[in-house]
Design a protein around this ligand. Structure first.
Ligand SMILES: [Zn+2]
Length: 118
Protein backbone atom coordinates (compact mmCIF):
# COMPACT_ATOMS: atom_id res chain seq x y z
CA UNK A 1 0.00 0.00 0.00
CA UNK A 2 1.32 3.34 -1.00
CA UNK A 3 0.91 6.12 1.47
CA UNK A 4 0.82 9.44 -0.20
CA UNK A 5 1.87 12.39 1.81
CA UNK A 6 0.87 15.80 0.72
CA UNK A 7 3.44 18.19 1.95
CA UNK A 8 2.07 21.58 2.70
CA UNK A 9 4.34 24.32 1.45
CA UNK A 10 3.33 27.71 2.74
CA UNK A 11 3.12 30.30 -0.01
CA UNK A 12 3.34 33.98 0.70
CA UNK A 13 3.48 37.03 -1.50
CA UNK A 14 5.89 39.92 -1.54
CA UNK A 15 4.47 43.25 -0.33
CA UNK A 16 6.15 45.01 -3.22
CA UNK A 17 5.83 42.98 -6.41
CA UNK A 18 3.07 40.59 -5.20
CA UNK A 19 5.00 37.67 -6.60
CA UNK A 20 4.28 34.53 -4.64
CA UNK A 21 7.00 32.27 -3.35
CA UNK A 22 7.55 29.59 -0.84
CA UNK A 23 7.61 31.21 2.53
CA UNK A 24 11.19 30.23 3.19
CA UNK A 25 12.38 32.09 0.11
CA UNK A 26 10.95 35.36 1.29
CA UNK A 27 12.17 37.59 4.07
CA UNK A 28 9.70 37.99 6.88
CA UNK A 29 9.10 41.15 8.81
CA UNK A 30 6.93 40.87 11.86
CA UNK A 31 5.10 43.33 14.02
CA UNK A 32 5.43 42.14 17.58
CA UNK A 33 2.32 42.05 19.72
CA UNK A 34 1.63 45.18 21.73
CA UNK A 35 2.56 43.41 24.93
CA UNK A 36 6.01 42.75 23.48
CA UNK A 37 6.44 46.40 22.57
CA UNK A 38 4.78 46.47 19.16
CA UNK A 39 8.08 46.98 17.35
CA UNK A 40 8.62 45.82 13.79
CA UNK A 41 11.53 43.45 13.42
CA UNK A 42 13.08 41.13 10.87
CA UNK A 43 12.19 37.54 11.60
CA UNK A 44 15.06 35.39 10.43
CA UNK A 45 13.63 32.19 11.84
CA UNK A 46 10.09 32.52 10.47
CA UNK A 47 8.78 31.57 13.86
CA UNK A 48 8.24 34.84 15.62
CA UNK A 49 4.61 35.31 16.45
CA UNK A 50 2.90 38.49 15.42
CA UNK A 51 1.55 40.00 12.28
CA UNK A 52 3.89 39.26 9.43
CA UNK A 53 4.63 40.67 6.01
CA UNK A 54 6.95 39.28 3.40
CA UNK A 55 9.34 40.69 0.85
CA UNK A 56 11.45 38.98 -1.78
CA UNK A 57 15.02 38.24 -0.79
CA UNK A 58 15.93 40.84 -3.34
CA UNK A 59 17.50 44.20 -2.70
CA UNK A 60 15.27 45.76 -5.34
CA UNK A 61 12.12 44.78 -3.50
CA UNK A 62 13.61 45.70 -0.13
CA UNK A 63 14.50 49.14 -1.46
CA UNK A 64 11.04 49.68 -2.88
CA UNK A 65 9.40 48.46 0.31
CA UNK A 66 11.29 51.18 2.14
CA UNK A 67 10.59 53.89 -0.41
CA UNK A 68 6.93 53.08 -0.80
CA UNK A 69 6.30 52.30 2.86
CA UNK A 70 4.91 48.89 2.02
CA UNK A 71 5.51 47.42 5.43
CA UNK A 72 3.85 50.31 7.19
CA UNK A 73 0.81 49.62 5.05
CA UNK A 74 0.88 45.84 5.29
CA UNK A 75 1.36 45.87 9.03
CA UNK A 76 -0.83 48.87 9.74
CA UNK A 77 1.81 50.78 11.65
CA UNK A 78 2.37 54.50 11.51
CA UNK A 79 5.28 55.95 9.59
CA UNK A 80 8.37 56.25 11.73
CA UNK A 81 7.83 52.98 13.58
CA UNK A 82 10.02 51.19 11.07
CA UNK A 83 13.59 52.41 11.22
CA UNK A 84 16.21 52.40 8.52
CA UNK A 85 18.09 49.63 10.37
CA UNK A 86 15.31 47.21 9.51
CA UNK A 87 15.89 47.78 5.81
CA UNK A 88 19.65 47.61 6.20
CA UNK A 89 19.16 44.28 7.91
CA UNK A 90 16.85 43.08 5.13
CA UNK A 91 19.26 44.18 2.40
CA UNK A 92 22.12 42.30 3.96
CA UNK A 93 19.95 39.22 4.30
CA UNK A 94 18.86 39.60 0.67
CA UNK A 95 22.48 39.89 -0.40
CA UNK A 96 23.40 36.60 1.17
CA UNK A 97 20.17 34.77 0.46
CA UNK A 98 20.63 31.37 -1.16
CA UNK A 99 17.70 32.28 -3.42
CA UNK A 100 20.00 34.72 -5.14
CA UNK A 101 23.06 32.59 -5.55
CA UNK A 102 23.60 31.23 -9.01
CA UNK A 103 20.58 33.00 -10.39
CA UNK A 104 21.75 36.49 -11.01
CA UNK A 105 24.49 36.63 -13.54
CA UNK A 106 26.87 39.46 -13.07
CA UNK A 107 29.32 40.05 -15.84
CA UNK A 108 32.24 42.33 -15.92
CA UNK A 109 33.33 43.72 -19.26
CA UNK A 110 37.02 44.18 -20.07
CA UNK A 111 36.65 47.86 -19.34
CA UNK A 112 35.54 47.10 -15.81
CA UNK A 113 31.92 47.99 -16.35
CA UNK A 114 29.54 45.80 -14.49
CA UNK A 115 26.27 44.90 -16.05
CA UNK A 116 23.68 42.58 -14.77
CA UNK A 117 21.62 40.20 -16.82
CA UNK A 118 18.10 39.78 -15.60
ZN1 LIG B 1 9.14 41.25 -4.51
Amino acid sequence: MVVRRTKHIPIRSCVVCRQTSEKRKLLRVVRLPEKSGGAVVVDETGKVSGRGAYVCADEKCVGLAQKQKRFERALAVSAGIIGVELFENLSSLAAKSPANSGESVVETSPTGEVFREV
